[in-house]
Design a binder for this molecule. Structure first.
Ligand code: C5P
Length: 223
């Protein structure tokens, strides 16, 4: 039987990761955080002293790192050349540059290919997969069984994110989310875009359990 594919896009801090993991756990599906793949690529470039503002240098190196994603929603993992980089990819240094690296077409081409490979595997070997990112409903898996565009107010997104980052200031986080959203939405290649095919889910007043329940109900209706 063909597995289910749930595609979730949305701006930074909209709750994609928590929602996607909750849904995958509830339905026994694989989980893929594509943002973590772009972060892993960015970390590798910085670690190897590649100038991430030099798009040609980034494109040339894009094929070099080996990026391996663990797809268990209870314990997702990220390895680059065999090294566990779960913590490294969440640093301010990586966050500041990930939008520049992810705008390089050679980077996207490679990672989208790998994302599609993982989706195909999940369809064959598991019940399916929940994939979250910026271009999943539009580019990576436009034929997904369920397509969702997750949103929340800028204030709610900054508050949620500040709960995850220790000692952080909400205004600074809100400014950083806005900066990344602008870059991610305005880039030439596969920008974050809300399409009519994806269902908009506005989560500002909702708890995580409520959002997960809505998405699970959408899956049950789609299969
Ligand atoms: O989801 P997260 O905030 O960790 O994503 C980090 C960055 O990776 C985004 O700001 C965006 O630049 C990039 N990204 C992307 N396409 C995706 C997922 C993430 O360009 N599908």
């Amino acid at each position: 039987a063909e597995g289910v594919v749930v595609a979730i896009d949305g701006p930074s801090g909209s709750g994609k990761s928590s929602t996607a993991k909750g849904v995958a756990t509830a339905r026994g599906l694989w989980y893929l955080d594509t943002g973590a793949m772009y972060r892993a690529m960015t970390w590798w470039m910085q670690h190897h002293r590649i100038d991430v503002d030099d798009a040609a240098a980034v494109a040339e190196a894009a094929g070099r790192p080996d990026i391996t994603m663990g797809t268990d929603p209870a314990a997702p993992t990220v390895h680059v050349d065999g090294r566990d980089v779960a913590r490294e990819i969440r640093t301010q240094e990586v966050t500041a540059k990930v939008s520049a690296v992810s705008a390089v077409p050679a980077v996207r081409e490679r990672l989208v290919d790998e994302q599609r490979g993982t989706i195909a595997q999940a369809r064959r070997r598991a019940g399916g997969i929940v994939v979250e990112g910026r271009d999943i409903t539009t580019i990576v898996a436009p034929d997904a069984s369920v397509k969702i565009y997750l949103t929340a107010s800028a204030e709610a997104r900054a508050h949620r994110r500040s709960g995850e980052v220790q000692g952080s200031d909400v205004a600074a986080i809100q400014a950083d989310l806005a900066r990344r959203d602008l870059l991610d939405s305005s880039r030439e290649d596969s920008p974050l875009t809300q399409t009519a095919e994806a269902l908009e889910l506005e989560t500002t007043g909702l708890g995580l359990d409520e959002v997960v329940a809505i998405v699970v109900a959408l899956i049950d209706r789609a299969v």
